[in-house]
Design a protein around this ligand. Structure first.
Ligand code: SF4
Length: 426
């Protein structure tokens, strides 16, 4: 009989997002597939009886989540953990261990990925998975697992990876939604990690690799047959390898359902022809890190964007029919001369339809972690809420949003999201 494995997103007092080695507080209205678990649901297909306990997505409290884990009688639990929620994650996993003393517990998250002694924060864990796209977690000697009491392994870094078709139906799909599109959404990866090294971000410490285009095609064709017509391609820097990007765009163009998609990337990777070709392959929204309007500060952050070229690229993207969601940084240490209002007004002037304002924080693995001058959490939350309000109530942004609302389904979806965005902490 196949072993029982539980893929666990632990319960939370807040809607924590803690996949892909990121951890932050999300909003209930925009929860999404936890990638580490989704990818492992594909890799474990045919090798284990998999039960997904997605307590954040399914809004399970600790009792219900524990009951679901115990009922599966697992030999192995793979659990997400995050630096923002580490105390409650560790406490919940201690309860799992007490209820199932013979069960092996592996964790995946920023704390154990980027901190050498990260396992100390989760005493119930037997090890940490250091590459969530690696196969073989059932093997006690899996080279991608850091086993407690053993030296941290040198994880193999193949240039390409494949994982097959995830078990989408095992996840609470109806609770996942995106700001950009109503209805069911696919969640494929085309690349993993990032080859850049911006000082404020830890993804540059996750080695870059690309997915076999045939493997991606298999997942997208499966989603197409299920009638899924929008995909959130969960890359950190989509298309950074030009040749691989061309292959991925060909796969997307050839899908019979002609889906639309959004993804994270860097706008400075593309020229006008690239943007047109991405639009022709269904690109609806690019989520791009634009940070703040000061070239000197950008250079000091090791992200030397040129403001004039960024403006041009965004105009070209919009002309091609691609909307832009800009991601901006507030509270950068040493950048007090760039006030919140200047960052928000820059987002408006660039032509962003959507924006996200993140507050600089000393996240595990981010090179600027040792800097000083970060905002205290309460001030960070206030600034973030102020920035969101200033952006989304700006008449030019409101006009852009209104143009999207011609379809009733999109209008209803946007209304639901707007009300949650204007309620901090909802
Ligand atoms: S900010 Fe973007 S480009 Fe820079 S390291 Fe992070 S993921 Fe890579």
């Amino acid at each position: 009989m196949l072993p029982s494995v539980v893929l666990l997103n632990p319960p939370g007092t807040r809607p924590w997002l803690r996949d892909g080695y990121c951890s932050l507080e999300g909003r209930w209205s925009t929860r999404f597939f936890p990638m580490d678990l989704l990818v492992q649901s594909a890799l474990l297909r045919g090798r284990a009886r998999v039960t997904v306990v997605e307590a954040i997505g399914a809004r399970l409290d600790a009792e219900a989540a524990l009951e679901a884990v115990v009922a599966a009688r697992p030999a192995l639990v793979l659990a997400l953990v995050g630096s923002v929620s580490i105390h409650e994650d560790a406490a919940f996993l201690a309860r799992v261990k007490a209820a199932l003393p013979g069960c092996r517990i592996l964790v995946s998250g920023d704390v154990t990925q980027f901190e050498n002694n990260g396992l100390e924060s989760v005493p119930a864990a037997d090890g940490a998975l250091l590459d969530f796209a690696a196969a073989g977690i059932l093997d006690e000697h899996c080279p991608a697992v850091h086993r407690r009491g053993h030296p941290r392994p040198v994880v193999p870094r193949p240039a390409r990876f494949a994982y097959g078709v995830p078990d989408y139906a095992a996840f609470p799909v109806h609770s996942y939604t995106l700001p950009y599109a109503p209805g069911p959404v696919g969640s494929p990866l085309s690349t993993y990690g990032c080859s850049f090294s911006c000082r404020f971000c830890n993804t540059g410490a996750v080695p870059w690799k690309v997915r076999e285009p045939g493997d991606l095609a298999e997942e997208l064709r499966w989603l197409d047959r299920q009638g899924v017509r929008h995909h959130y391609i969960r890359d950190a820097t989509f298309g950074a390898d030009r040749e691989h990007r061309e292959q991925v765009l060909r796969v997307l163009r050839d899908l019979p359902g002609r889906p639309r998609w959004n993804t994270f990337t860097r706008i400075d990777l593309f020229d006008r022809a690239d943007l047109r070709s991405m639009a022709a392959a269904g690109c609806a929204v690019l989520q791009v890190g634009l940070e703040l309007p000061d070239e000197q500060v950008l250079k000091s952050l090791h992200k030397p964007l040129q403001l004039g070229r960024i403006r041009e690229r965004i105009a070209e993207a919009r002309a091609a029919g691609i909307e832009v969601c800009g991601h901006f940084l507030l509270g950068v240490p040493g950048a007090a001369h760039v006030p919140l209002a200047a960052v928000v007004d820059y987002a408006v002037a660039l032509g962003c339809t959507f924006a996200s304002f993140n507050v600089a924080a000393p996240r595990p693995g981010a090179p600027f972690r040792g800097d000083s001058g970060f905002l205290p959490p309460a001030e960070a939350a206030t600034q973030q809420a102020r920035a969101m309000r200033r952006f989304y109530t700006h008449p030019r942004v409101a006009a852009r949003q209104l143009r999207r609302l011609r379809r009733p389904a999109v209008a209803a979806h946007a209304l639901r999201l707007a009300s949650s965005l204007l309620r901090p902490g909802s």
